[in-house]
Design a protein around this ligand. Structure first.
Ligand code: ATP
Length: 137
C-alpha cells in the first residue's frame, strides 16, 4: 500500500463531499484529513519548486485565497493512480482530452484546477509532512 497527498484546492472546496465520495469509491482509504487556510508564506513554501516562474505569484494568491482540504490517501499505486484520476494540469485542456477526469469535472481554468496530487514518492513524503508534521511515514 502506498500513500499520496491530495489537496482539494480553494476553487473546489464547495464540492469536497462529492470529491471525497469519488475518492472512496475509487478504492482509496482516507488516512488523514485537515481543512486549513494557507497563508501566502505557507503556499509559497509548498510550491517552492515553482519559485521564479511567471505564474508563481498568482499560484500563491490562489492557494491562499480560501480553505483547502489536505488528504492522505492510501491504496496500491496511490501516487500514479490519483494523478491519473485528477488528469492533466490545465483544466481547459483536460476537458478536451480527458473529459471524465476530476480536473475536467471540478476545475476552473489553467491555474485553478481543483485538485493536487504528489508527483513522486519523494514529494509525497515531503507533502504529507508539510500538512501532517506529526505523521509517521
Ligand atoms: P499539482 O502539483 O497541483 O498536481 P501539477 O503537478 O499537474 O499540479 P505543476 O506543474 O506542479 O502541475 O504546477 C503546480 C500548479 O501550478 C498547478 O496545479 C496549477 O495550479 C499551477 N500552474 C501550473 N502551470 C501553470 C500555468 N502555466 N499557468 C498558471 N498556473 C499554472
Amino acid at each position: 500500500v502506498e500513500r499520496t497527498l491530495a489537496i482539494i484546492k480553494p476553487d473546489a472546496i464547495n464540492r469536497a463531499e462529492e470529491v471525497e465520495d469519488i475518492i472512496l469509491k475509487s478504492g482509496f482509504a482516507i488516512l488523514q484529513k485537515r481543512r486549513v487556510t494557507l497563508t501566502p508564506e505557507q503556499a509559497s513554501d509548498f510550491y517552492v519548486e515553482h519559485y521564479g516562474k511567471l505564474f508563481f505569484p498568482s499560484l500563491v494568491a490562489y492557494m491562499s485565497s480560501g480553505p483547502v482540504i489536505a488528504l492522505v490517501l492510501a491504496r496500491d499505486h496511490a501516487i500514479s493512480y490519483w494523478r491519473e484520476l485528477i488528469g492533466p494540469t490545465n483544466t481547459l485542456k483536460a476537458r478536451q482530452t480527458h473529459p471524465d477526469c476530476l480536473r475536467a469535472l471540478y476545475g476552473t481554468d489553467d491555474q485553478r484546477n481543483a485538485l493536487h496530487g504528489s508527483d513522486s514518492f519523494t514529494s509525497s513524503e515531503r507533502e504529507i509532512r508539510f500538512f501532517f508534521p506529526d505523521s509517521i511515514i
